[in-house]
Ligand binder design. Structure first.
Ligand code: SAM
Length: 307
């Protein structure tokens, strides 16, 4: 069965401020992309705006520096401005502390046959899926070849995402409100199909050293991802904060017998001299990525493959 892990190119040309979309090469299991020339946008991102208003990704319309950019990039989704009254207007400004006792209770696995039309399809899991637009965009392009699952700790974002999924009539994307640190293994180990891609994109940075233990990428999560990933499955991580990217990289580099970095198996995904993947391989940027690049930040990416 041929399917695409990564998405196809957006049909409409994006605005000139957006990065060019990569070209896709399909192969049986891992249709990597041939990246386009990617303009290096420069300096280290300080999250200076985001420190005042952290995790701006899900509230693009309120972002000071890049209003409308997210709506523009995701215009294909044509999401309704209004969502159900009980969701309300989402202005979420604080990082969640995932170690709070109430958030340490693992979620139950869903009945997969109820949440996906075909629960045997290859699965992509996005950890910290924010608004969910990123997964919906991918799901819309791969309706019959992939399932998409978002794990997001903020219930309101999940409620809104599920509302949008309903509006779009998508049967291959689902969101669970949970702390991925404690639920990943329990939930994903029950999925009937192969886990082919896990993404952790611009996770909350938790800057203070004493808060690093709140960062989502910790050894138990990495072990759970590696153990559940199908042979040939991939992990895509990125951050606009170098320290966070290095932290994640160290964790995933620490299992070299299970995971290899993509540049050693696929030269079509080039890296810079420090080993960061140059281009976004998905055909769509996440919301945080859009804002960060607008501010001139570099995105530090790694793509691993299970061997
Ligand atoms: C900075 S936002 C990035 C959102 C999106 N990935 C993007 O790139 O635009 C980080 C997201 O991860 C969620 N998050 C933080 N810790 C989490 C955890 N332990 N489990 C699940 N989601 C988490 C936050 O609520 C937030 O929506």
């Amino acid at each position: 069965m041929a399917y695409s892990l990564y998405s196809s190119i957006p049909k409409k040309p994006l605005s000139s401020i957006l990065i060019p979309s990569p070209k896709i090469i399909f192969n049986k299991h891992l249709p990597f992309v041939t990246p386009s020339i990617f303009p290096y946008l420069g300096s280290y991102c300080t999250w200076s705006v985001s420190r005042v208003s952290p995790c701006v990704a899900e509230t693009d319309e309120h972002h000071h520096a890049s209003p409308g950019l997210v709506a523009k990039e995701y215009s294909d989704l044509n999401l309704p401005e209004k969502f159900s009254e009980d969701v309300g207007n989402l202005r979420i400004r604080q990082h969640v502390n995932p170690l709070r006792r109430v958030l340490m209770i693992p979620a139950e696995a869903p009945n997969w046959k109820e949440v996906f039309e075909d629960a045997t399809l290859p699965l992509m899991v996005d950890i910290g899926s924010g608004s969910g637009r990123f997964l919906m965009w991918l799901a819309k392009r791969n309706t019959s070849s992939m399932n998409y699952l978002g794990l997001e700790i903020r219930p309101k974002l999940v409620t809104r995402a599920e509302y949008w999924v309903n509006e779009l009539g998508l049967k291959n994307v689902h969101f669970i409100s949970t702390n991925a640190m404690v639920s990943f293994q329990r939930v994903i180990s029950t999925y009937p199909g192969p886990l082919m891609l896990v993404s952790i994109l611009c996770p909350d940075p938790h800057f203070k050293k004493k808060h690093h233990k709140r960062r989502v990428v910790q050894k138990p999560l990495v072990d759970a991802i590696v153990n559940n990933l199908a042979h040939g499955g991939q992990v895509f991580i990125q951050s606009d904060v170098l320290d966070v990217a290095l932290d994640m990289r160290n964790y995933f580099n620490a299992v070299p017998d299970k995971l290899v970095h993509i540049d050693s198996v696929d030269p079509s995904l080039p890296c810079d001299s420090d080993g960061w993947v140059l281009n976004n391989p998905m055909g769509i940027r996440t919301e945080r990525e859009i804002h960060a690049e607008f501010e001139g930040c570099k995105i530090y990416r790694r793509v691993y493959q299970k061997v």
